[in-house]
Design a protein around this ligand. Structure first.
Ligand code: ATP
Ligand code: MG
Length: 438
């Protein structure tokens, strides 16, 4: 038999005189039964027999990809997929097509008669000799059957999707529970860390304060010794400087823990910022080696309500940073100006600058920008976090302007309360220092 031609060669029905142009009642009944998924296997065999074949498969178009796929309830995998695809394509193009196809396995070829309906679905009758007239009739009924099968397929897809959605919802719930547990663990760990910080800082400060006291006593004794050796005094000064540094670090840690627990208290008393700034710059100058402190603008009597010790601490952090992050030296420029509502204190340096992407994170705890080498420039990344907290507690704000090629300027804006009077007498910075070390 020549299978390359698209010419169908249907056998004549033995009951030719009984054939009708429209589908007969039996055919309609068989097709109707086929649409019932519960008895499809038996209905398929009966309809195939009625059409003169041994088996049949209905193919419907996949709604997503438009390819022809076996309808639900029919064999879903067929041997020699390529031959089947070519056969279905020829059916769709010619309307009717006959050839041999591998079925039920690759090694056996089976006569196949395909008919395509107007809606694109295809019925393939396998084996036997098809009755030409019944094939024509079933072609008319095929779109109806395909419609039912498509509905079934859509329902199956929807069921699959809803199952997937249910699974996804279950997974999402499990994930949420895991995340919640992880968040609780993290909060607990953070709480423990803050507790540890607070205890460690507190425990360290007590012996350090005592150590600084003993060092002062030792310094006085060494100075009075009859065989006074200045080198001994230098050594004590070096030890004192390191102890002070340690004291400052533990002080920062202590404050950090207090901010976390919300107990960093701020006093509200009149503070003359111009006096505070001048005094700090005067104290800073002798400690500078490569830098020059420039008091570029200093307005007189800028009085605000606040905590002098904490404001000094904030400014000191900015000044320390200005020196620390300009290791080559240069000017450290300080300004204090005010308008009716705010006092503006700025500290600028000519150092390494801050990368733009680091600026929004500068006030986060433990954050250090990527352009610094932590081995060369030490720090814990908490100075600006403390500065920010102090400024916020004074209802002020802080602003940074910097790039890696420009000057870096930190500006603190503090509100001026209209009724604030000048502070009564000077509140010496040394006293504030003592308070911070106490
Ligand atoms: N003037 C500045 N120039 C360049 N970078 C700066 C300057 N001031 C702050 N930074 C950047 O901001 C980061 C955070 O500063 P912060 O003062 O909070 O911490 P630190 O100086 O690293 O350590 P410490 O806790 O000892 O102050 C610094 O590590 C640095 O990367
Ligand atoms: Mg710092």
């Amino acid at each position: 038999m020549d299978f390359t031609t698209a010419q169908p060669s249907f056998a004549s029905s033995p009951n030719k005189h009984k054939e009708m142009p429209s589908p007969d009642a039996l055919l309609i009944s068989l097709v109707t039964q086929l649409s019932d998924p519960d008895c499809r296997a038996a209905s398929v065999a009966r309809l195939a027999q009625h059409l003169g074949g041994k088996m049949l498969i209905v193919f419907i178009r996949d709604p997503e990809f438009g390819t022809l796929l076996p309808a639900p309830g029919f064999p879903q995998t067929l041997p020699g997929g390529r031959a089947w695809r070519a056969f279905l394509k020829s059916c769709s193009e010619a309307g009717k097509y006959q050839a041999e196809l591998p079925y039920p396995n690759l090694n056996s070829l089976c006569k196949a008669t395909g008919i395509a309906a107007a809606d694109g679905s295809v019925l393939v009758l396998l084996g036997g000799e098809p009755y030409r007239a019944r094939i024509g009739q079933v072609q008319l009924l095929l779109p109806l059957l395909a419609g039912v099968l498509r509905g079934e397929q859509t329902a199956l897809i929807a069921e699959g999707q809803s199952m997937l959605a249910r699974q996804a919802a279950l997974q999402a719930q499990t994930l949420t529970e895991t995340l919640d547990a992880a968040r609780r663990d993290l909060q607990k760990a953070i709480q423990l860390r803050d507790q540890f910080l607070s205890i460690a800082a507190h425990e360290l400060r007590t012996p350090l304060t005592a150590l600084l006291g003993y060092l002062q006593v030792l310094q006085r004794r060494v100075a009075k010794e009859p065989d006074f050796n200045p080198r001994n005094l230098d050594t004590i000064s070096a030890v004192t400087a390191q102890a002070r540094r340690l004291n400052k670090l533990t002080g920062s840690l202590f404050d950090l823990a207090r901010i976390q627990t919300g107990i960093l208290n701020i006093e509200h008393r009149p503070v003359d910022l111009s006096r505070l700034v001048r005094q700090m710059v005067d104290e800073m100058r002798p400690t500078l080696e490569k830098h020059t402190a420039v008091l570029e603008e200093l307005q007189d009597e800028v009085i605000i309500e606040g905590d002098e010790m904490r404001l000094e601490q904030a400014l000191q952090n900015l000044l320390d940073n200005a020196v620390k992050y300009s290791p080559e030296g240069g000017d450290i420029t300080i300004r204090l100006v005010s308008d009716e509502q705010f006092a503006h204190i700025s500290v600028s340096d000519e150092g390494m600058g801050i990368p733009q992407d680091a600026i929004p994170k500068l006030f986060d705890r433990f954050y250090r920008a990527s352009n610094i080498n932590p081995r060369n420039i030490s720090g814990m990344g908490i100075g600006l976090y403390l500065v920010n907290d102090i400024v916020v507690q004074h209802k002020g704000s802080i602003q940074v302007s910097s790039s890696e090629t420009e000057k870096t300027t930190f500006t603190i804006h503090l509100p001026i309360s209209p009724n604030t009077t000048k502070p009564l007498g000077d509140y010496p910075i040394a006293q504030a220092q003592e308070r911070s070390e106490a």
